[in-house]
Design a protein around this ligand. Sequence first.
Ligand SMILES: Cc1cc2nc3c(=O)[nH]c(=O)nc-3n(C[C@H](O)[C@H](O)[C@H](O)COP(=O)(O)OP(=O)(O)OC[C@H]3O[C@@H](n4cnc5c(N)ncnc54)[C@H](O)[C@@H]3O)c2cc1C
Length: 438
Amino acid sequence: MSPPLYSWGRFPQTPQHGHSCVWRDELPARLERVIEHHGSSLPYGNGRSYGDSCLAASDQVLHMRSLDRLIEADWTSGVLKVEAGITLAEVLNVTIAQGWFLPVTPGTQFATVGGAIANDVHGKNHHLRGTFGRHVRSFGLLRHGQPEIVCSPDVNTSMFAASIGGLGLTGVIHWAELQLMPIRASQIDTMTVRFNNLAEFFALADELDHQHEYSVAWVDCLAKGAETGRGVFIVGDHAQYGSLDVQARAKLSVPLTPPVSLINKLSLTAFNGLYWWVHPSQRKTARSAYEPFFYPLDRILHWNRIYGRRGFQQYQCVIPNANAETAMVELLRAIADAGQGSFLAVLKRCGDVRSPGLLSFPMPGTSLALDFSQSEDLQNVVFPRLDDIVRAAGGRLYPAKDAHMSGADFRQAYPAWERLEALRDPSLMSRFWSRVLL
Ligand SMILES: Cc1cc2nc3c(=O)[nH]c(=O)nc-3n(C[C@H](O)[C@H](O)[C@H](O)COP(=O)(O)OP(=O)(O)OC[C@H]3O[C@@H](n4cnc5c(N)ncnc54)[C@H](O)[C@@H]3O)c2cc1C
C-alpha cells in the first residue's frame, strides 16, 4: 500500500489515500471507481499546498504525479504541452537547455503544473507577468461521467476561468499547454540590499520593482520598535549572456520528524538577526544559479519536518495598496509581540496584471507570508488578531496556504465563490471547500 499523503504543513493531520494511474486514458475509469466507492474525491498534485485545499473531504484523492510526461514542444514558439502531474522542476530540466523558462514560478519547483493552475500561483514577477494562469493556452478537463472538455481563453471560457485558481473543484486537469518565456542564459543577475524598516521597503519597491523582472524581500518578523519590518530586498533579471546549463544542486534532507517543533523564539531571534546582519547595507550585485534564486527552500528536502509532529501553518495575506503600509506595520507588530513566526517572512508587492482566474489570490497590493508552528495559541489568539487587521484593511488570505480562515471571511474576500460553486463537479470536494462553504 502506498504511504499516506498530507498537505505541506501537515495540519490538519488527515492522511489521504492516493489513487493513481499510469496513463491518461485510464483516468475516467479511475475517477469513476473512486466516486463509486467513496462518494467524492479531489485531484492531488504534489501536496505543496500548506493547508487543507489539497485534502479531499472523503480523504480519497486522485494522485496525479505519475502523469508526468512531456507531450509536445515547439522550441521556435516556446509552446509546451505536458501532462498535469509533471513538476515545474521536471519542466525546467527540459526547457532551459532550449532557451525557455516558465514565465511565472512559485517559490518551490516541486509543485505540479496541475497544482500551479488550480491555485493560479504567482511568483517574484507578479508585478510584470501576473499569475501562472495568464500563460496557460489551454488544458484538458475531466469531469465525472463526461467526455474531456478542452478549455482555453476562447473555448469553454467560463470553465477555463473557473478552473484557474479553481482549487481542483471543477474537474481533473490532465494536460495543459503553456506559453514559455525566452531566456539567453540559465543564471540570474541579482542585486541585494538590506533595509531598516517598512518605510524603506516600500521606497525600494517603488523604485526597483518596475526596473527588474523579479523582486522580493525577506523580513525579520521579530524586529520591534523603529526596526519593525527590517529585512533584505532582492531583485533579479535573467542574465543576458552565459550558459543554458541546468546544474541541479545536491539536496540535503531532514531525515525524521522530531516530536516537537525546533522553531522557537530563541532560534528565530538568533537566525533572523544574523540573516539581516550578513547582508550588505549598500547595494551589491552578483550572479546566481537559478535554483538558489527561485527555490532556496527546495535545497532541504522534507524541511517541513522541523516543525515537529503537530505540523505548522502558513499565514499569507495580501493587503490593497491604499492600506498596505499601515496594515503591514500592524501585522508585523502583532507577530513580533506574539514572539512567533518563521525564519524568513516574505514580503512582496503584487501588481495590477489581471488574472484570468475567478478566484485568484493576488490583488494590487502587498503580500506577506510566514510560517508558524501549530499550537492552540496560534489558532485561538494569534490568527484571530491577524485576521482582524487583514479584514479591516480590505485584504484577503491565500486558500493555497490556509487551514483556518472563517467561511465569512472567505466569502467576503472572494465574492466569485458562487460562480465557482455553480461550475464545481459535484463529485469533487475538498476539506477546504467544505470548511468555508458548508
Ligand atoms: C516552499 C514553498 C514555496 C511556495 N511558494 C509559493 C509562491 O511563491 N507562490 C504561490 O502562489 N504559491 C507558493 N507555494 C504554494 C504552491 O505553489 C501551491 O500550493 C501549488 O498549487 C502546489 O502545487 P501541487 O502540485 O503540490 O498541488 P497540491 O498542493 O497537491 O494541490 C493544490 C490544488 O490543486 C489541485 N490540483 C492538483 N492537481 C490538479 C489537477 N491535475 N487538476 C485539477 N486540480 C489539481 C488540488 O485539488 C488542490 O486544490 C509554495 C509552496 C511551498 C511548499
